[in-house]
Design a protein around this ligand. Structure first.
Ligand code: NAI
Ligand code: MG
Length: 480
């Protein structure tokens, strides 16, 4: 055992109180689904966790009808102050059950427990606390003379931050007086179903939030439902496009949060050790399953070799393995399909002539795993510089001048986020001003706060989530 190895420190699963099978959560109760059920598995060892109901078209109808009734009769009529009380209650229950939610999230998704425990779940609670505070202030927030809810919101979320994306969607919708039908991703429904139990504990009126599970086709039926007033989607650009087409010409409002290929720009005056930590956090956090991941490193040519040497050294110390182990830095890839996609794109990277380096770490026998990987000598035209890999894979490009850095950073069909590392404040501001990205981090990366709006340009989608801006997407006639 070298000094870098740690004794196993797995978090206990004893805190979980899982059912063998979960129904759909409609009108305040768990009910059977009319569609085909499926199993959610742990991507770390491929073992089944629970059987999950599949929603049929009739179930989608029932869920939308429950949300409509709850909106028209209860939730939109309730005072903002009272809605806020429910949201505060939900936030406190999330805190009370934080450990259980973190264990369930790591089990179902494969992300390291230290991330679900220290990042995902605390942010979930803070999102509900934050929007709880807005519920009684909508009339005084410059959101228009008489801000009104839109009605029923159809919300579709992905598998990379299952509970956090649920919070991003549900908290502002409810604060603004809307009701919700939410569909979690098929590989990670578990924490949404535990959240449904929390809603029962909070005595949230029936039908205000409905959670239906199923495949992409369930999502497609939901967004097309004629009685849905608002669609909010986070996921792939392809599905985002399909949704935009499906609702074109209807009165539905829509926000789309899609892919990204963020540039993380390191200038020669940057504090290199901090920048290396930021590069690691930018692309290896959550196995790189992050839409705003810093997947393209743009490093000034004069410091390229030094940065890459230090980065490789740092990556050699990361521990890959059991997501429930408190020492784990890199967990499992979420699904076999995602692993296949990462393998395909990295093979293309090699074939196109970039140089591949992979951290030397033991890969567990069962489950879906991919060791941290860097490509150097990447050209802007390479697919690994253009396509979203959505895995622990960094593409490194170089630049000589700030103008070249800006041109390369903006040379992408996406525009969700970017990072700048420099000692010089004036340079950071000047460069940030020219980047076509919704979020720009300076001397940090992947920082999230409920008060800060988040969203993209170009193929990264439209609309903003978070902050006061996030409320406008759920109110009639409001603009940020
Ligand atoms: P996806 O976009 O197919 O899945 C996201 C959600 O949309 C899931 O809940 C899914 O059931 C639902 N869905 C699928 N087809 C639908 C349809 N036609 N109508 C309505 N809902 C539908 O993403 P997938 O296939 O899991 O991942 C593929 C790639 O997408 C990833 O490799 C990654 O590049 C990107 N992605 C980006 C995310 C982001 O945060 N922006 C999140 C997840 C994936
Ligand atoms: Mg799963």
């Amino acid at each position: 055992m070298s000094f870098l190895e740690y004794a196993p420190a797995p978090e206990s699963k004893a805190i979980l109180n899982l059912r063998d099978s979960y129904g759909l959560f409609i009108d305040g109760e768990f009910v059977d689904g009319g569609g085909k059920s499926f199993h959610t598995i742990s991507p770390a060892d491929e073992s089944p966790i629970a059987e999950i109901a599949g929603a049929s078209d009739e179930d989608v109808d029932r869920a939308v009808a429950a949300a409509r009734r709850a909106h028209d009769k209860v939730w939109s009529k309730m005072s903002g102050r009272d809605r806020g009380k429910y949201l505060f209650r939900i936030a406190r229950l999330v805190q009370e059950r934080a450990r259980e939610l973190a264990v369930a999230e790591s089990l179902d998704n494969g992300k390291p427990i230290k991330e679900s425990r220290d990042v995902d779940v605390p942010l979930v609670a803070s999102w509900f606390f934050y929007y709880a505070g807005w519920a009684d202030k909508l009339d005084y927030a410059g959101l228009g003379a008489n801000p009104r809810s839109l009605g029923v919101a159809a919300q579709i979320i992905p598998w990379n931050f299952p509970l956090l994306m649920l919070a991003w969607k549900i908290a502002p919708a409810l604060a603004a007086g809307n009701t919700v039908v939410l569909k979690p991703a098929e590989t990670t429904p578990l924490t949404a179903l535990i959240f449904a139990e929390i809603l029962q504990q909070a005595d949230l009126p029936a039908g205000v939030v409905n959670i239906i599970t199923g495949a992409g086709s369930t999502g497609a039926t939901l967004v097309r439902h004629p009685d849905v007033d608002k669609v909010a989607f986070t996921g792939s650009t392809g599905v985002g496009r399909d949704i935009a087409k499906a609702i074109a010409g209807t009165d539905k409002k829509v926000t789309l949060e899609l892919g990204g290929k963020a540039a993380n720009i390191v200038f020669d005056d940057a504090p290199i050790d901090q920048a290396v930590e930021g590069i690691v956090n930018g692309i290896f956090f959550n196995q790189g399953h992050v839409c705003c991941a810093g997947s393209r490193l743009l490093v000034q040519e004069s410091i390229h070799d030094d940065v890459i040497d230090r980065l490789k050294q740092r990556l050699s110390t990361l521990r890959l393995g059991d997501p429930l182990d408190k020492n784990t830095d890199i967990g499992a890839i979420n699904s076999a399909a995602q692993l296949a996609r990462i393998r395909e794109l990295t093979a293309v990277g090699e074939a196109e002539g970039a140089e591949r380096w992979t951290a030397d770490c033991a890969i567990p026998e069962k489950g879906f795993w991919f060791a941290p990987t860097i490509f150097t000598g990447v050209e802007a035209s390479h697919r690994i510089a253009r396509d979203e890999v959505f895995g622990p894979v960094l593409s490194v490009l170089t630049f000589r001048t700030p103008a070249e850095a800006i041109a390369k950073a903006n040379n992408t069909p996406y525009g969700l986020s970017a990072g700048i590392w420099s000692d010089k404040g004036s340079r950071i501001l000047a460069v940030a001003d020219k980047l076509r990205a919704g979020v720009v981090w300076a001397n940090t990366f992947n920082r999230f706060d409920p008060s800060s709006p988040f969203g993209g340009y170009k193929e990264s989608g439209y609309g903003r989530e978070g902050g006061r801006h996030g409320l406008t997407a759920y109110l009639k006639g409001a603009s940020a």
